[in-house]
Design a protein around this ligand. Structure first.
Ligand code: SF4
Ligand code: SF4
Length: 327
């Protein structure tokens, strides 16, 4: 990895904690050449090529469909294991047992240990398994491929976008540093009160338990969140509040699974940023921003694949670091 990419990656970590992306001061000679070549290309050629490629790709929902199927399957496995008592995946997303292996959500384990003020050995084993799993699979991959609230929020987002198009609602953006503040507040609350306060309001846990044991009153809180996201602020919980997203983002820093951006074919029209839950990770697609001809996308990316499905030129793709690019 070049020094410029290393510097960019460090900046991406700061961006995950709430800093805003800025235009890079330096870009590599190779990237400069590509930027210049692209400026020389006839604009009409670009438009024609774009229309052509778009016609081919407009209907692609390949990654979205794979993701939805995985998410529904994972959550259904909890429900069926409980309903049919087949003991494949017992418990809920917060803490579970998969064919005998203990799995404990990293954020929940942290909250429990802070509340109890000591390291609980049994928790560490289950947490270790989950940590290795999500390091390998991509950190926030948990969000878009497993979290049941993500799917509900994705559907709510569609309603929000429809209403926004009709000019009936506008997206009220907030300061992204809020999420880091929430993370600290919930950690302190666990430490000071001895209760895992966050678990009581986590829509991830509430929806997961509702799917397994049936909905309770706590679902009203989830509905209120979805209402807020539809009418006031697009994807507000995941963007500005959820400590789980930040915890898994940190895990994703060392993950080999990531999205890669290739500068040369990109039209910079920004369709990818429009569909992305965390568009700040895609600042590199803005004209003149790519520091190298190929740039890995930062750890706050949920690896949802929406940008890959949307990009008309194939400039964004999944890859496993060190291996060939994925499909
Ligand atoms: S940010 Fe939180 S609620 Fe949103 S998808 Fe990730 S874990 Fe689920
Ligand atoms: S960069 Fe792409 S894969 Fe990552 S969260 Fe945004 S749309 Fe999803």
């Amino acid at each position: 990895m070049s020094d410029l990419l290393k510097r960019r990656f460090r900046e991406q970590i700061k961006i995950m904690f709430g800093w805003e992306p800025v235009k890079p001061e330096t870009i590599s000679e190779r990237a400069k050449e590509v930027h210049v070549l692209k400026r020389m290309t006839n604009k009409q050629d670009l438009q024609a090529a774009k229309a052509h490629q778009r016609a081919h790709q407009e209907t692609s929902n390949k990654w979205r469909n794979r993701r939805w199927a995985t998410l529904i399957f994972a959550n259904l496995l909890f429900t069926l294991s409980f309903a049919l008592d087949i003991q494949i995946l017992e418990g809920a997303l917060t803490a579970s047992r998969f064919v005998g292996f203990h799995l404990i959500d990293l954020n929940s384990a942290l909250q429990v240990m802070l509340a109890h003020k000591h390291i609980i050995n049994n928790l560490l084993i289950g947490t270790g398994t989950v940590l290795v799993l999500w390091v390998l699979l991509g950190g926030r991959t948990f969000c878009s491929w497993v979290c049941p609230y993500h799917l509900l929020a994705e559907w709510a987002e569609k309603i929000h976008l429809f209403l926004a198009k009709k000019k009936l609602v506008t997206d009220q953006t907030m300061d992204r540093r809020l999420r880091t503040v929430f993370w600290i507040v919930f950690a302190l609350l666990a430490l000071l009160t001895g209760y895992t306060v966050y678990e009581a309001i986590s829509p991830t846990g509430i929806v997961s338990r509702a799917l397994i044991y049936g909905p309770g009153l706590a679902m009203l809180w989830v509905l209120a969140l979805l209402f807020f996201e539809v009418f006031f602020s697009r994807r507000a919980w995941c963007r500005y509040a959820c400590p789980i997203g930040l915890t898994y983002g940190v895990v994703g820093i060392i993950s080999p699974v990531r999205i890669k951006y290739k500068l040369d074919g990109c039209f910079h029209e920004g369709d990818c940023r429009k569909v992305c839950l965390v568009p700040h990770v895609l600042d590199t697609v803005i004209k003149g921003r790519a520091v190298e001809p190929e740039v890995p996308i930062g750890p706050d990316c949920t690896r949802c694949g929406l940008c890959v499905d949307t990009c008309p030129t194939g400039s964004l793709s999944f890859e496993i670091k060190g291996l060939q690019k994925l499909l």
